[in-house]
Design a protein around this ligand. Structure first.
Ligand code: CIR
Length: 267
């Protein structure tokens, strides 16, 4: 996994189309479910943004029996050197991994499996130039995190455990990598030891969901409806691509959740 390119340089991605069952997606607080049409529109704009950023996107078909399966980031983890099938930490999502096995075997020479009994969701995992951070959460337990560190080691990488703030679904719900030196997070993660050595940008109070941005090559995808965060990122010199996330936020999702991303080496 030793590489000279940035961890946010991607030329390949996998996404999965939302199914009409997305209206029943998991949520911690019910503020009314999303509409299928609304999610679909946000998903289509996201695919276009990935393509505009120079990424080849493989679009998988919808899976009616898995309402949350468009959040393809959670059941697997991908690197240039191989893929890891995770063990999602919530019962209704566990078998999403099965659906990904043939896809990943087709696209990667090496596909590892996180061993039982640990659990880990991709939403808790952040690539950084200093190694991979694995946030412990209600979805990712310590056994899963330790087993994942071993899997990442087999692919030539290193990883360490971090803490996810209480009441937050995933580590990356509250933080994201912006560039090789900088992270953006909510105030709850602003002093996190995991980010020692990084420049830290904190989203304004009231705009917490805006901490889930997605750096892809030269651009930063950010939620379109958090004006103070958008202005901050713009002032910091980032090329921001604002994307609507109103519907997916109703089921606790953000911009990183909707893809698996990696740099595929051509032989
Ligand atoms: C879930 O609770 O699993 C979905 N409703 C949201 C998943 C969001 N995924 C992510 O942040 N990586």
């Amino acid at each position: 996994m030793s590489q000279t390119r940035s961890v946010y340089e991607f030329n390949s991605a996998i996404v999965r189309e939302p199914s009409s069952s997305v209206v029943n997606g998991l949520r911690a607080n019910d503020r009314g479910g999303p509409t299928y049409e609304g999610v679909k529109a946000e998903h289509e704009a996201y695919i276009s943004a990935l393509r505009n950023a120079g990424v080849a996107v493989k679009v998988l078909p919808p899976l009616e029996i898995f309402p949350d399966s468009l959040f393809v980031e959670d059941p697997a983890l991908v690197f240039t050197s191989g893929a890891i099938l995770l063990r999602p930490g919530t019962p209704s999502r566990v078998d999403e991994t099965v659906e990904l096995i043939p896809v990943l075997r087709d696209m990667f020479e090496t596909v590892l499996e996180l061993p039982a009994p640990g659990q880990a969701d991709g939403g808790d995992i952040m690539y950084t130039p200093m190694g991979v951070l694995i946030g412990l959460s209600a979805r990712t337990d310590r056994i899963g995190a330790e087993a994942l560190i071993a899997c990442i080691g087999k692919l030539g990488g290193k990883a360490q455990v971090a803490e996810t703030p209480k009441g937050v679904l995933h580590f990356k719900t509250a933080s994201s990598l912006l560039d090789d030196e900088s992270v953006i997070s909510t105030a709850a993660l602003a002093d996190a030891a995991a980010f020692n050595g990084f420049r830290r940008i904190v989203v304004p109070e009231g705009e917490e969901p805006a901490a889930n941005v997605l750096r892809v090559n030269d651009v930063v995808f950010a939620s379109a409806h958090y004006p103070r965060t958008l202005e901050m990122l713009d002032k910091e010199g980032y090329r921001v691509v604002p994307l609507k996330t109103v519907e997916i936020e109703k089921i606790d999702a953000g911009l990183s959740c909707m893809s698996l991303r990696w740099y595929r080496e051509t032989k």
